[in-house]
Design a protein around this ligand. Structure first.
Ligand code: ADP
Ligand code: MG
Length: 222
């Protein structure tokens, strides 16, 4: 898969970089003309494109990282959710999205690497936001299932939903229905969750929305 990853990396990174070059060129012209208003816009656009490139790089870095190199430490899943909501505040606001929290008061702490699990939650929240271009409700829920000794986290949106024929491909690398998608978000997320002995489930209704649920064992076997 390395060859495909490299090709995808080159393509995905090159697009935003070309845009940054264009924006900086325009900014330079505006500066020469003393045109402050456009300058702002070009710098803002350039920044956004650089952020996009950085996001793609960090996703790819996650794919190539060695598996299970770090067992992690007891992690507050509710805290992770809050961090992700802070990180995505601007996207959530832009999209006119209402955030609903249904978090368990007392949640056992699964052993995970917080950074990696944060990446998973971030991927799910960004997908949810992207599914609600007309606005909607983003719901985050956590709970504990005593029987299976798992901490659960569900990310729900009231967005476009997923048609049944796409369902089998969601977790395939490079599967994306988005013009700018890498198709790596769910692939990487599932890998990370499985690394910790967990699993992911999807429920969706076209036109009504989707729920992605992660279950993480509190005490890992082996
Ligand atoms: P990307 O977001 O780059 O397209 P992902 O792996 O994150 O890649 O998602 C793969 C595909 O799964 C998306 O392109 C989209 O078609 C579908 N998908 C994922 N999450 C959702 C969601 N919450 N609502 C609707 N479709 C989704
Ligand atoms: Mg995604």
């Amino acid at each position: 898969m390395t060859g495909r990853l490299a090709a995808s990396l080159a393509h995905e990174i090159n697009n935003p970089l070309q845009s940054v070059i264009g924006c900086l060129g325009l900014a330079e012209e505006s500066l020469a003309e003393g045109d402050d208003e456009d300058l702002d816009e070009y710098i803002g656009m350039g920044l956004e494109e650089l952020r996009r490139a950085a996001r793609i790089v960090s996703r790819l870095r996650d794919v190539s990282r060695p598996v299970a190199s770090d067992d992690g430490s007891p992690t507050d899943v509710n805290g992770l959710v809050e961090r992700v909501l802070t990180l995505t505040r601007s996207q959530v606001k832009d999209g006119e999205i209402e955030v609903v929290r249904r978090m368990a008061d007392e949640l056992p702490k699964p052993n995970v690497v917080a950074d990696r699990m944060q990446q998973v939650v971030l991927n799910l929240v960004l997908n949810a936001v992207e599914a609600m271009s007309q606005g909607g409700t983003l719901e985050l829920a956590t709970w504990y299932e005593e029987g299976r000794d798992v901490v659960c986290l569900a990310v729900s949106d009231s967005g476009v939903g997923i048609s049944p024929d796409l369902r089998p491909h969601l977790f395939d690398p490079f599967f994306s229905t988005k013009e700018e998608g890498t198709g790596l978000g769910l692939f990487v997320s599932q890998n990370i969750v499985q690394e910790y002995g967990g699993w992911m489930e999807v429920e969706s209704q076209v036109g009504e929305g989707s729920t992605f649920t992660i279950r993480l064992p509190v005490r890992r076997q082996g």
